[in-house]
Design a protein around this ligand. Structure first.
Ligand SMILES: C[S@@+](CC[C@H](N)C(=O)[O-])C[C@H]1O[C@@H](n2cnc3c(N)ncnc32)[C@H](O)[C@@H]1O
Length: 502
Protein backbone atom coordinates (compact mmCIF):
# COMPACT_ATOMS: atom_id res chain seq x y z
CA UNK A 1 0.00 0.00 0.00
CA UNK A 2 1.39 3.39 -0.96
CA UNK A 3 2.88 5.37 1.87
CA UNK A 4 0.76 8.30 0.84
CA UNK A 5 -2.33 6.38 1.82
CA UNK A 6 -2.13 7.73 5.32
CA UNK A 7 -5.41 7.50 7.12
CA UNK A 8 -7.20 8.93 10.08
CA UNK A 9 -5.52 12.13 9.21
CA UNK A 10 -8.04 14.89 9.43
CA UNK A 11 -6.63 18.06 7.99
CA UNK A 12 -8.48 21.03 9.39
CA UNK A 13 -11.76 21.23 7.61
CA UNK A 14 -12.29 24.32 5.48
CA UNK A 15 -14.01 27.13 7.31
CA UNK A 16 -17.57 27.26 6.30
CA UNK A 17 -17.54 31.05 6.08
CA UNK A 18 -15.79 30.77 2.72
CA UNK A 19 -18.65 28.74 1.34
CA UNK A 20 -20.41 29.67 -1.80
CA UNK A 21 -23.86 31.10 -1.66
CA UNK A 22 -26.66 28.74 -2.68
CA UNK A 23 -26.46 28.09 -6.39
CA UNK A 24 -29.84 29.62 -7.12
CA UNK A 25 -32.51 29.95 -4.56
CA UNK A 26 -35.17 29.42 -7.20
CA UNK A 27 -33.66 25.97 -7.68
CA UNK A 28 -34.51 25.06 -4.13
CA UNK A 29 -35.96 21.55 -3.94
CA UNK A 30 -39.54 21.12 -2.89
CA UNK A 31 -39.13 20.38 0.77
CA UNK A 32 -41.24 17.54 1.98
CA UNK A 33 -41.56 18.19 5.67
CA UNK A 34 -40.37 15.09 7.42
CA UNK A 35 -40.29 15.33 11.19
CA UNK A 36 -37.49 13.80 13.18
CA UNK A 37 -38.47 11.86 16.26
CA UNK A 38 -38.30 14.07 19.33
CA UNK A 39 -35.09 13.66 21.27
CA UNK A 40 -33.87 15.40 24.34
CA UNK A 41 -30.75 17.38 23.80
CA UNK A 42 -29.43 20.76 24.87
CA UNK A 43 -30.40 23.76 22.77
CA UNK A 44 -27.69 26.30 22.04
CA UNK A 45 -27.75 29.85 20.83
CA UNK A 46 -24.91 31.32 18.82
CA UNK A 47 -23.85 33.76 21.58
CA UNK A 48 -23.46 31.03 24.10
CA UNK A 49 -22.23 28.36 21.69
CA UNK A 50 -18.51 28.83 22.26
CA UNK A 51 -18.95 28.99 26.02
CA UNK A 52 -21.09 25.86 25.90
CA UNK A 53 -18.68 24.09 23.61
CA UNK A 54 -15.88 24.51 26.10
CA UNK A 55 -17.86 24.08 29.28
CA UNK A 56 -20.73 21.59 28.90
CA UNK A 57 -19.94 17.89 28.81
CA UNK A 58 -23.46 16.72 27.97
CA UNK A 59 -23.78 13.51 26.08
CA UNK A 60 -25.82 12.91 22.94
CA UNK A 61 -28.74 10.47 23.20
CA UNK A 62 -27.23 7.94 20.79
CA UNK A 63 -24.04 5.88 20.61
CA UNK A 64 -22.73 3.84 23.52
CA UNK A 65 -20.17 3.80 26.31
CA UNK A 66 -16.69 3.90 24.84
CA UNK A 67 -15.97 0.32 25.93
CA UNK A 68 -19.37 -1.27 25.13
CA UNK A 69 -19.03 -4.69 23.55
CA UNK A 70 -22.78 -5.34 23.30
CA UNK A 71 -23.28 -2.72 20.61
CA UNK A 72 -20.09 -3.84 18.91
CA UNK A 73 -21.47 -7.40 18.64
CA UNK A 74 -24.68 -6.07 17.05
CA UNK A 75 -22.54 -4.03 14.63
CA UNK A 76 -20.53 -7.10 13.71
CA UNK A 77 -23.70 -9.10 12.99
CA UNK A 78 -25.27 -6.32 10.94
CA UNK A 79 -22.10 -5.89 8.88
CA UNK A 80 -21.86 -9.57 7.99
CA UNK A 81 -25.59 -9.65 7.15
CA UNK A 82 -25.00 -6.61 4.91
CA UNK A 83 -22.17 -7.98 2.80
CA UNK A 84 -18.98 -7.81 4.87
CA UNK A 85 -17.06 -11.00 4.00
CA UNK A 86 -15.98 -13.41 6.81
CA UNK A 87 -13.22 -11.85 8.90
CA UNK A 88 -10.04 -13.10 10.54
CA UNK A 89 -10.58 -10.60 13.37
CA UNK A 90 -13.29 -9.78 15.91
CA UNK A 91 -14.07 -6.78 18.11
CA UNK A 92 -12.88 -7.42 21.64
CA UNK A 93 -11.93 -5.58 24.80
CA UNK A 94 -8.26 -4.75 24.52
CA UNK A 95 -5.56 -3.24 26.69
CA UNK A 96 -4.68 -0.48 24.24
CA UNK A 97 -7.72 1.52 23.10
CA UNK A 98 -10.66 -0.02 25.08
CA UNK A 99 -12.15 -1.96 22.14
CA UNK A 100 -10.16 -3.10 19.12
CA UNK A 101 -9.82 -5.77 16.44
CA UNK A 102 -8.18 -8.96 17.64
CA UNK A 103 -6.85 -11.81 15.44
CA UNK A 104 -9.01 -14.96 15.50
CA UNK A 105 -6.59 -16.95 13.33
CA UNK A 106 -2.95 -16.74 12.33
CA UNK A 107 -2.46 -13.69 10.13
CA UNK A 108 0.57 -13.56 7.83
CA UNK A 109 2.77 -10.56 7.13
CA UNK A 110 1.71 -9.04 3.81
CA UNK A 111 -1.87 -10.36 4.05
CA UNK A 112 -4.77 -8.15 2.94
CA UNK A 113 -7.50 -7.82 5.56
CA UNK A 114 -10.99 -6.27 5.99
CA UNK A 115 -12.50 -5.94 2.43
CA UNK A 116 -15.23 -3.49 3.48
CA UNK A 117 -17.41 -3.03 0.36
CA UNK A 118 -18.31 0.53 -0.79
CA UNK A 119 -22.04 0.23 0.14
CA UNK A 120 -20.87 -0.13 3.77
CA UNK A 121 -18.70 2.99 3.60
CA UNK A 122 -20.04 6.44 4.49
CA UNK A 123 -18.96 9.23 2.13
CA UNK A 124 -20.48 12.54 1.04
CA UNK A 125 -22.27 10.52 -1.67
CA UNK A 126 -24.10 8.25 0.76
CA UNK A 127 -27.86 8.32 0.60
CA UNK A 128 -29.69 10.33 3.24
CA UNK A 129 -32.59 8.75 5.10
CA UNK A 130 -34.02 12.26 4.88
CA UNK A 131 -33.04 13.08 1.25
CA UNK A 132 -34.46 16.63 1.40
CA UNK A 133 -31.94 17.59 4.08
CA UNK A 134 -29.08 16.29 1.93
CA UNK A 135 -30.40 18.19 -1.09
CA UNK A 136 -30.39 21.46 0.82
CA UNK A 137 -26.77 20.98 1.95
CA UNK A 138 -25.70 20.10 -1.61
CA UNK A 139 -27.36 23.26 -2.89
CA UNK A 140 -25.19 25.29 -0.58
CA UNK A 141 -22.06 23.37 -1.66
CA UNK A 142 -21.28 22.49 1.93
CA UNK A 143 -17.74 20.98 2.05
CA UNK A 144 -17.19 17.33 3.00
CA UNK A 145 -16.43 17.78 6.70
CA UNK A 146 -19.48 19.83 7.76
CA UNK A 147 -21.55 17.84 5.26
CA UNK A 148 -20.60 14.52 6.86
CA UNK A 149 -20.97 15.97 10.37
CA UNK A 150 -24.54 16.99 9.55
CA UNK A 151 -25.22 13.66 7.83
CA UNK A 152 -24.12 11.74 10.89
CA UNK A 153 -26.39 13.74 13.20
CA UNK A 154 -29.30 13.41 10.80
CA UNK A 155 -28.90 9.63 10.59
CA UNK A 156 -28.24 9.26 14.33
CA UNK A 157 -31.41 11.15 15.23
CA UNK A 158 -33.52 8.79 13.10
CA UNK A 159 -32.56 5.83 15.29
CA UNK A 160 -33.74 2.53 13.80
CA UNK A 161 -35.08 4.27 10.66
CA UNK A 162 -31.52 4.90 9.52
CA UNK A 163 -29.64 2.14 7.73
CA UNK A 164 -26.60 3.11 9.83
CA UNK A 165 -28.33 2.61 13.18
CA UNK A 166 -26.19 -0.41 14.14
CA UNK A 167 -23.04 1.49 13.24
CA UNK A 168 -24.07 4.65 15.10
CA UNK A 169 -25.13 2.65 18.17
CA UNK A 170 -21.60 1.25 18.40
CA UNK A 171 -19.95 4.69 18.16
CA UNK A 172 -18.80 6.26 21.43
CA UNK A 173 -21.37 8.63 22.94
CA UNK A 174 -18.49 10.85 23.94
CA UNK A 175 -15.40 10.26 21.81
CA UNK A 176 -12.06 10.87 23.49
CA UNK A 177 -10.99 14.14 21.97
CA UNK A 178 -9.80 17.52 23.15
CA UNK A 179 -13.12 18.87 21.81
CA UNK A 180 -14.57 17.54 25.08
CA UNK A 181 -12.11 19.31 27.35
CA UNK A 182 -13.49 22.45 28.94
CA UNK A 183 -11.58 25.72 28.54
CA UNK A 184 -10.59 25.52 32.21
CA UNK A 185 -9.25 21.98 31.71
CA UNK A 186 -7.25 23.00 28.63
CA UNK A 187 -5.78 25.98 30.51
CA UNK A 188 -5.01 23.95 33.57
CA UNK A 189 -3.63 20.74 32.12
CA UNK A 190 -2.08 21.87 28.83
CA UNK A 191 -0.67 25.20 29.96
CA UNK A 192 2.89 24.37 28.87
CA UNK A 193 2.04 22.77 25.52
CA UNK A 194 1.28 24.47 22.20
CA UNK A 195 -1.43 21.80 21.77
CA UNK A 196 -3.61 23.89 24.08
CA UNK A 197 -3.70 26.64 21.44
CA UNK A 198 -4.40 24.14 18.67
CA UNK A 199 -7.28 22.67 20.69
CA UNK A 200 -8.79 26.11 21.29
CA UNK A 201 -8.49 26.90 17.56
CA UNK A 202 -10.14 23.61 16.69
CA UNK A 203 -13.03 24.17 19.09
CA UNK A 204 -13.45 27.71 17.73
CA UNK A 205 -13.48 26.27 14.22
CA UNK A 206 -16.14 23.69 15.06
CA UNK A 207 -18.29 26.34 16.74
CA UNK A 208 -17.78 28.72 13.79
CA UNK A 209 -18.72 26.01 11.31
CA UNK A 210 -21.83 25.12 13.27
CA UNK A 211 -22.83 28.79 13.54
CA UNK A 212 -22.42 29.29 9.80
CA UNK A 213 -24.54 26.25 9.05
CA UNK A 214 -27.13 27.41 11.53
CA UNK A 215 -27.34 30.96 10.21
CA UNK A 216 -27.26 30.17 6.52
CA UNK A 217 -29.11 26.88 6.32
CA UNK A 218 -30.64 25.44 9.49
CA UNK A 219 -32.50 28.58 10.56
CA UNK A 220 -34.01 28.83 7.07
CA UNK A 221 -35.10 25.17 7.08
CA UNK A 222 -36.15 24.54 10.68
CA UNK A 223 -38.34 21.57 9.76
CA UNK A 224 -35.40 19.77 8.23
CA UNK A 225 -32.84 20.92 10.78
CA UNK A 226 -34.60 21.45 14.14
CA UNK A 227 -32.37 23.03 16.77
CA UNK A 228 -33.23 20.32 19.33
CA UNK A 229 -31.22 18.00 17.07
CA UNK A 230 -28.77 20.16 15.12
CA UNK A 231 -27.05 22.07 17.91
CA UNK A 232 -23.53 22.63 19.21
CA UNK A 233 -23.65 19.54 21.46
CA UNK A 234 -24.49 17.21 18.60
CA UNK A 235 -21.94 18.92 16.32
CA UNK A 236 -19.26 18.54 18.95
CA UNK A 237 -20.08 14.82 18.96
CA UNK A 238 -20.12 14.44 15.18
CA UNK A 239 -16.89 16.38 14.70
CA UNK A 240 -15.34 14.34 17.54
CA UNK A 241 -16.32 11.19 15.61
CA UNK A 242 -14.91 12.59 12.35
CA UNK A 243 -11.64 13.70 13.94
CA UNK A 244 -11.10 10.27 15.48
CA UNK A 245 -12.47 8.01 12.74
CA UNK A 246 -12.57 9.66 9.31
CA UNK A 247 -10.11 8.26 6.77
CA UNK A 248 -8.79 9.55 3.47
CA UNK A 249 -8.80 6.89 0.77
CA UNK A 250 -6.15 7.79 -1.85
CA UNK A 251 -7.30 5.13 -4.30
CA UNK A 252 -10.85 6.50 -4.13
CA UNK A 253 -9.60 9.87 -5.45
CA UNK A 254 -8.59 10.92 -1.93
CA UNK A 255 -12.18 10.85 -0.70
CA UNK A 256 -12.83 11.10 3.00
CA UNK A 257 -14.93 8.30 4.46
CA UNK A 258 -16.15 6.63 7.61
CA UNK A 259 -15.45 2.93 7.26
CA UNK A 260 -17.45 0.87 9.75
CA UNK A 261 -15.47 -2.11 11.05
CA UNK A 262 -12.11 -0.70 9.82
CA UNK A 263 -12.60 2.14 12.31
CA UNK A 264 -12.41 -0.37 15.16
CA UNK A 265 -8.67 -0.68 14.52
CA UNK A 266 -6.46 1.10 17.03
CA UNK A 267 -3.20 2.91 16.31
CA UNK A 268 0.30 1.70 16.96
CA UNK A 269 3.38 3.87 16.42
CA UNK A 270 5.32 0.74 15.47
CA UNK A 271 3.06 -0.14 12.57
CA UNK A 272 3.31 1.44 9.13
CA UNK A 273 0.24 0.17 7.35
CA UNK A 274 -2.68 2.31 6.28
CA UNK A 275 -6.21 1.79 5.05
CA UNK A 276 -7.02 2.26 1.39
CA UNK A 277 -9.54 1.24 -1.23
CA UNK A 278 -8.37 -1.80 -3.16
CA UNK A 279 -9.53 -1.61 -6.75
CA UNK A 280 -8.95 -5.32 -7.46
CA UNK A 281 -11.10 -6.63 -4.59
CA UNK A 282 -13.39 -3.56 -4.55
CA UNK A 283 -13.16 -3.05 -0.83
CA UNK A 284 -11.38 -1.04 1.85
CA UNK A 285 -8.37 -3.06 2.99
CA UNK A 286 -5.01 -2.81 4.68
CA UNK A 287 -1.99 -5.02 4.22
CA UNK A 288 -0.34 -6.27 7.39
CA UNK A 289 3.31 -5.39 7.91
CA UNK A 290 3.80 -8.14 10.50
CA UNK A 291 2.28 -11.43 11.53
CA UNK A 292 -0.33 -11.83 14.25
CA UNK A 293 -1.21 -14.87 16.33
CA UNK A 294 -4.77 -15.63 17.49
CA UNK A 295 -5.65 -13.38 20.44
CA UNK A 296 -3.24 -10.58 19.47
CA UNK A 297 -4.59 -7.11 18.82
CA UNK A 298 -4.15 -5.96 15.20
CA UNK A 299 -3.08 -2.35 14.65
CA UNK A 300 -2.81 0.15 11.84
CA UNK A 301 -1.13 3.57 11.69
CA UNK A 302 -3.20 6.76 11.95
CA UNK A 303 -0.32 8.59 10.27
CA UNK A 304 3.04 10.05 11.25
CA UNK A 305 1.70 12.18 14.07
CA UNK A 306 3.24 13.66 17.19
CA UNK A 307 1.90 12.69 20.62
CA UNK A 308 0.26 16.12 20.84
CA UNK A 309 -1.55 15.61 17.55
CA UNK A 310 -2.70 12.14 18.64
CA UNK A 311 -4.08 13.66 21.84
CA UNK A 312 -5.78 16.45 19.91
CA UNK A 313 -7.71 14.23 17.49
CA UNK A 314 -7.87 10.83 19.18
CA UNK A 315 -7.60 11.60 22.88
CA UNK A 316 -4.63 9.39 23.75
CA UNK A 317 -0.89 9.77 24.26
CA UNK A 318 1.41 6.84 23.31
CA UNK A 319 3.86 5.56 25.91
CA UNK A 320 6.90 7.80 26.33
CA UNK A 321 9.67 7.12 23.84
CA UNK A 322 7.58 4.81 21.61
CA UNK A 323 6.61 7.32 18.93
CA UNK A 324 9.37 7.90 16.36
CA UNK A 325 7.30 10.71 14.84
CA UNK A 326 6.93 12.62 18.07
CA UNK A 327 7.69 16.35 18.03
CA UNK A 328 7.11 19.43 20.14
CA UNK A 329 6.29 22.91 18.86
CA UNK A 330 8.89 25.46 19.90
CA UNK A 331 7.72 29.04 19.81
CA UNK A 332 10.29 31.69 18.75
CA UNK A 333 9.59 35.42 18.92
CA UNK A 334 11.28 38.60 17.75
CA UNK A 335 12.35 40.85 20.59
CA UNK A 336 10.44 44.16 20.75
CA UNK A 337 13.70 45.85 21.80
CA UNK A 338 15.38 44.80 18.52
CA UNK A 339 16.78 47.87 16.73
CA UNK A 340 15.51 46.53 13.41
CA UNK A 341 12.19 45.24 14.77
CA UNK A 342 10.09 47.00 12.13
CA UNK A 343 12.20 45.85 9.16
CA UNK A 344 12.29 42.30 10.46
CA UNK A 345 8.51 42.20 10.99
CA UNK A 346 8.04 43.47 7.44
CA UNK A 347 10.37 40.80 6.05
CA UNK A 348 8.54 38.09 8.01
CA UNK A 349 5.10 39.29 6.99
CA UNK A 350 6.16 39.39 3.36
CA UNK A 351 6.81 35.66 3.61
CA UNK A 352 3.63 34.82 5.49
CA UNK A 353 5.31 34.58 8.92
CA UNK A 354 4.57 36.41 12.14
CA UNK A 355 6.48 37.94 15.06
CA UNK A 356 5.92 34.76 16.99
CA UNK A 357 6.35 31.53 15.11
CA UNK A 358 6.20 27.83 16.07
CA UNK A 359 8.58 25.21 14.65
CA UNK A 360 8.55 21.47 15.32
CA UNK A 361 11.47 20.02 17.28
CA UNK A 362 12.03 16.30 16.92
CA UNK A 363 14.21 13.95 18.88
CA UNK A 364 16.36 13.75 15.74
CA UNK A 365 16.71 17.50 15.21
CA UNK A 366 14.89 20.60 13.98
CA UNK A 367 13.96 22.04 10.60
CA UNK A 368 16.26 24.41 8.70
CA UNK A 369 13.44 26.99 8.80
CA UNK A 370 13.85 27.30 12.57
CA UNK A 371 17.55 28.11 12.21
CA UNK A 372 16.75 30.72 9.52
CA UNK A 373 14.21 32.36 11.84
CA UNK A 374 16.81 32.41 14.63
CA UNK A 375 19.37 34.04 12.30
CA UNK A 376 16.85 36.74 11.49
CA UNK A 377 15.98 37.28 15.15
CA UNK A 378 19.62 37.84 16.19
CA UNK A 379 21.03 39.53 13.09
CA UNK A 380 22.45 43.04 13.66
CA UNK A 381 21.48 46.16 11.64
CA UNK A 382 24.61 45.70 9.49
CA UNK A 383 23.00 42.56 8.00
CA UNK A 384 19.74 44.27 7.05
CA UNK A 385 20.26 43.39 3.39
CA UNK A 386 20.02 39.70 4.31
CA UNK A 387 16.74 40.02 6.30
CA UNK A 388 14.71 39.18 3.25
CA UNK A 389 16.74 36.05 2.47
CA UNK A 390 16.49 34.89 6.10
CA UNK A 391 12.72 35.41 6.27
CA UNK A 392 12.26 33.61 2.98
CA UNK A 393 14.33 30.63 4.23
CA UNK A 394 12.26 30.57 7.44
CA UNK A 395 9.03 30.28 5.46
CA UNK A 396 7.71 26.94 4.25
CA UNK A 397 7.83 28.00 0.61
CA UNK A 398 9.38 25.19 -1.38
CA UNK A 399 11.01 27.61 -3.81
CA UNK A 400 12.99 29.41 -1.10
CA UNK A 401 16.70 28.73 -0.58
CA UNK A 402 16.58 26.82 2.68
CA UNK A 403 19.96 25.93 4.07
CA UNK A 404 21.26 29.44 4.66
CA UNK A 405 24.32 29.88 6.93
CA UNK A 406 25.75 32.98 8.53
CA UNK A 407 28.79 31.79 10.51
CA UNK A 408 29.33 35.25 12.01
CA UNK A 409 26.03 35.03 13.95
CA UNK A 410 25.71 31.26 14.34
CA UNK A 411 26.61 31.33 18.03
CA UNK A 412 23.98 33.99 18.82
CA UNK A 413 21.37 32.12 16.77
CA UNK A 414 22.02 28.84 18.62
CA UNK A 415 21.95 30.69 21.95
CA UNK A 416 18.61 32.25 20.96
CA UNK A 417 17.12 28.79 20.25
CA UNK A 418 18.60 27.46 23.50
CA UNK A 419 17.01 30.33 25.48
CA UNK A 420 13.60 29.57 23.91
CA UNK A 421 14.05 25.86 24.69
CA UNK A 422 14.93 26.57 28.30
CA UNK A 423 12.04 28.94 28.76
CA UNK A 424 9.73 26.23 27.40
CA UNK A 425 11.32 23.56 29.65
CA UNK A 426 10.72 25.74 32.69
CA UNK A 427 6.98 25.90 31.83
CA UNK A 428 6.85 22.09 31.66
CA UNK A 429 8.78 21.83 34.93
CA UNK A 430 6.29 24.19 36.56
CA UNK A 431 3.37 22.08 35.33
CA UNK A 432 5.09 18.88 36.39
CA UNK A 433 5.59 20.20 39.94
CA UNK A 434 2.05 21.61 40.15
CA UNK A 435 0.44 18.42 38.79
CA UNK A 436 1.44 16.58 41.95
CA UNK A 437 -0.90 18.69 44.07
CA UNK A 438 -3.68 19.17 41.47
CA UNK A 439 -7.22 17.81 41.84
CA UNK A 440 -7.51 18.10 45.59
CA UNK A 441 -10.70 20.10 44.99
CA UNK A 442 -12.60 17.19 43.41
CA UNK A 443 -16.08 16.72 44.88
CA UNK A 444 -17.41 13.52 43.30
CA UNK A 445 -15.92 10.14 42.35
CA UNK A 446 -17.05 10.64 38.74
CA UNK A 447 -15.31 13.99 38.62
CA UNK A 448 -12.29 12.39 40.21
CA UNK A 449 -12.10 9.76 37.48
CA UNK A 450 -12.31 12.35 34.75
CA UNK A 451 -9.76 14.63 36.35
CA UNK A 452 -7.33 11.82 37.08
CA UNK A 453 -7.71 10.63 33.49
CA UNK A 454 -7.14 14.07 31.97
CA UNK A 455 -4.27 14.77 34.31
CA UNK A 456 -2.59 11.51 33.37
CA UNK A 457 -2.89 12.38 29.66
CA UNK A 458 -1.47 15.84 30.35
CA UNK A 459 1.42 14.45 32.41
CA UNK A 460 2.21 11.92 29.66
CA UNK A 461 2.19 14.67 27.03
CA UNK A 462 4.30 16.93 29.25
CA UNK A 463 6.91 14.19 29.77
CA UNK A 464 7.15 13.30 26.09
CA UNK A 465 7.38 16.92 24.91
CA UNK A 466 9.86 17.87 27.62
CA UNK A 467 12.03 14.87 26.70
CA UNK A 468 12.45 16.28 23.17
CA UNK A 469 13.25 19.73 24.57
CA UNK A 470 15.89 18.23 26.90
CA UNK A 471 17.49 16.48 23.96
CA UNK A 472 17.54 19.73 21.93
CA UNK A 473 18.97 21.55 24.95
CA UNK A 474 21.84 19.05 25.15
CA UNK A 475 22.61 19.26 21.44
CA UNK A 476 22.54 23.07 21.52
CA UNK A 477 24.78 23.28 24.58
CA UNK A 478 27.27 20.90 22.97
CA UNK A 479 27.33 22.90 19.74
CA UNK A 480 27.82 26.14 21.61
CA UNK A 481 30.63 24.58 23.63
CA UNK A 482 32.25 23.40 20.39
CA UNK A 483 31.99 26.85 18.84
CA UNK A 484 33.42 28.46 21.95
CA UNK A 485 36.28 25.98 22.22
CA UNK A 486 36.93 26.39 18.47
CA UNK A 487 37.09 30.13 18.95
CA UNK A 488 39.41 29.69 21.92
CA UNK A 489 41.68 27.41 19.93
CA UNK A 490 41.72 29.90 17.04
CA UNK A 491 42.53 32.70 19.48
CA UNK A 492 45.40 30.67 21.00
CA UNK A 493 46.83 29.96 17.54
CA UNK A 494 46.45 33.62 16.62
CA UNK A 495 48.20 34.72 19.85
CA UNK A 496 50.91 32.14 19.23
CA UNK A 497 51.56 33.57 15.75
CA UNK A 498 51.50 37.14 17.14
CA UNK A 499 54.07 36.27 19.81
CA UNK A 500 56.20 34.58 17.15
CA UNK A 501 56.19 37.69 14.98
CA UNK A 502 56.86 39.95 17.95
C1 LIG B 1 -10.76 4.77 15.11
S1 LIG B 1 -11.19 4.58 16.76
C2 LIG B 1 -10.62 2.96 17.14
C3 LIG B 1 -11.68 2.12 17.82
C4 LIG B 1 -11.99 2.51 19.23
N1 LIG B 1 -11.05 1.90 20.14
C5 LIG B 1 -13.41 2.10 19.61
O1 LIG B 1 -13.57 1.28 20.51
O2 LIG B 1 -14.36 2.63 19.06
C6 LIG B 1 -10.05 5.68 17.50
C7 LIG B 1 -10.11 5.75 18.99
O3 LIG B 1 -9.56 4.56 19.56
C8 LIG B 1 -8.75 4.85 20.69
N2 LIG B 1 -7.36 4.49 20.37
C9 LIG B 1 -6.84 4.17 19.18
N3 LIG B 1 -5.54 3.85 19.27
C10 LIG B 1 -5.20 3.97 20.56
C11 LIG B 1 -3.98 3.80 21.30
N4 LIG B 1 -2.86 3.42 20.71
N5 LIG B 1 -4.01 4.03 22.62
C12 LIG B 1 -5.16 4.42 23.26
N6 LIG B 1 -6.33 4.61 22.60
C13 LIG B 1 -6.37 4.38 21.28
C14 LIG B 1 -8.91 6.33 20.94
O4 LIG B 1 -9.97 6.53 21.84
C15 LIG B 1 -9.30 6.87 19.56
O5 LIG B 1 -10.04 8.07 19.63
Amino acid sequence: MAKASRVFQPTLFPTFSTLHKPRTLSNAPTIIHKKYPTIRCSVSTSDSAIREATSATQKVPWGCDIDSLENAAALQKWLSDSGLPPQKMAIEKVEVGERGLVALKNIRKGEKLLFVPPPLVITADSEWSCPEAGEVLKQYSVPDWPFLATYLISEASLNQSSRWSNYISALPRQPYSLLYWTRAELDRYLEASQIRKRAIERITNVVGTYNDLRLRIFSKNPDLFPEEIFNIETFKWSFGILFSRLVRLPSMDGRVALVPWADMLNHSCEVETFLDYDKSTKGVVFTTDRQYQPGEQVFISYGKKSNGELLLSYGFVPREGTNPNDSVELSLSLKKSDKCYKEKVEALQKHGLSISQCFPLRITGWPVELMAYAYLAVSPPSMSRQFEEMASAASNKTTAKKDVRYPEIEEQALQFILDSCESSISKYNKFSQASGSMDLDVTSPKQLNRRVFLKQLAVDLCNSERRILFRAQNVLRRRLRDIKSGELRALKIFNGFRNLFK
